[in-house]
Ligand binder design. Structure first.
Ligand SMILES: [Zn+2]
Length: 377
């Protein structure tokens, strides 16, 4: 890896610019900002040539988990249930409660840096631990200069706690409507409306919560969650009859995390049905103790799993969802566009660069982050 700073530089090749339209040409960056997207001969010698895409956006993580050194095979072998692992009072929460803020901070920073080095430049994180938990994540984002949307969670649900949480968090990340009383869920909804804040919620990850909710309230967990009017839903891996249609009707994006779903035995999200219905799909990597924060690895897994059912442009569609699509969902516009900050990835292969990258045959060669150009990633 070789990091250099340039006041002015140029990259050239096939550029997926604006709304992911591929054009052959060059991109001139001055003082970290894209000054010119052009065709024909580049005005200066390009630092690198290849297929150029925006940096990946990780639209769902739990980076606080980075601290947990966990043997993933224990889950795969059914030695532990999802609830025992990540549920209230489970292994994850106990470990996090026993850790110092400094220890958690160091591990979050390591995860952010690891993500950035693999081409993931932006994150949205469901952060536990109330005000302190969100504050630690904010510090990690400031120290690394890597943008993170902090979806915090109050320890006790009341408006006062939510207001104080929002001094450091950007919104609320609800673990599941099943984890809260009806009164608490109403407080979340009221806060999101009255304070005009973003709210996202895990829903439909597993069949148990879906069915328990249905038994108690007559509505699935996904339908109950839709009533919160969230900015997006995370997972929707196990929708019941009509759930996906309701998500589409309410125009709610879904962030999928298939590697995590596979490890926890939740199943695979119905990606093809979601896309056929026209649901906006983002991509996340979920718990850092289960999956590393590289969206490229998540995309490779998605491609491998769904390639036979996706159309011929499947690889490009996945990468579009993982870059500008995820960015639109969590509020970071990462389009390669004149006037935008440079946040770009270069794959050395010019033809079929994206396809080869997802097939694991081609690596990212360069990352352009403002004035920084990281070669030989
Ligand atoms: Zn999650």
């Amino acid at each position: 890896m070789n990091r250099k700073q340039y006041k002015k530089y140029c990259v050239s090749g096939e550029i997926y610019q604006e709304d992911f339209t591929k054009k052959r040409g060059y991109c001139l960056v001055k003082e970290g900002i894209i000054k010119e997207l052009g065709v024909g001969e580049p005005p200066i010698e390009p630092v690198v040539t290849g297929t150029i895409i925006p940096m990946f956006v990780n639209s769902h993580t739990h980076l606080g988990d980075s601290i947990i050194d966990f043997e993933v095979s224990r889950i795969e072998k059914d030695e532990l249930s999802l609830k025992e692992l990540v549920g209230p009072g489970g292994i994850k929460h106990k470990r996090l409660e026993g850790a110092s803020d400094r220890e958690i901070l160091k591990n979050i920073i390591d995860s952010l840096v690891k993500g950035e080095r693999s081409g993931t430049g932006f994150f949205s994180d469901f952060r536990e631990g109330g005000f302190r938990g969100s504050n630690t994540l904010k510090l990690a984002s400031q120290k690394t200069n890597i943008p993170v949307k902090i979806m915090g969670r109050p320890k006790e649900v009341n408006i006062k706690n939510i207001e104080s949480l929002l001094e450091v968090a950007d919104g609320i990340g609800v673990s599941s409507v099943c984890d809260y009383t009806k009164r608490e869920v109403d407080i979340f909804k009221k806060a999101s409306v009255d304070l005009g804040i973003e709210l996202a919620v895990h829903a439909g990850e597993n069949k148990i919560n879906q069915k328990n909710c249905l038994k108690e309230s007559g509505k699935s967990e996904i339908k109950e969650s839709i009533e919160l009017d969230p900015n997006y839903i995370v997972h929707a891996t196990n929708p019941l009859e009509g759930d996906l249609q309701s998500i589409y009707d309410k125009d709610i994006p879904v962030v999928i995390c298939p590697r995590s779903n596979r490890i926890t035995g939740a199943g695979m999200p119905p990606l093809i049905q979601m896309l056929e219905l026209g649901i906006e799909v983002g991509i996340g990597t979920d718990n850092a103790m289960l999956c590393n924060p590289s969206v490229l690895e998540e995309c490779r897994f998605i491609y491998k799993t769904f390639k036979n059912k996706l159309g011929k442009d499947g690889a490009v569609e996945i990468v579009k969802s993982a870059t500008i699509g995820s960015g639109d969902i969590i509020g970071f516009d990462v389009r390669i566009k004149e006037g935008h900050r440079a946040n770009m990835i270069v794959i050395e292969e010019k033809n079929k660069g994206i396809l080869k990258m997802l097939a694991g045959e081609e690596k990212i060669s360069t990352i352009c982050r403002g004035q920084d150009v990281i070669l030989n990633v």
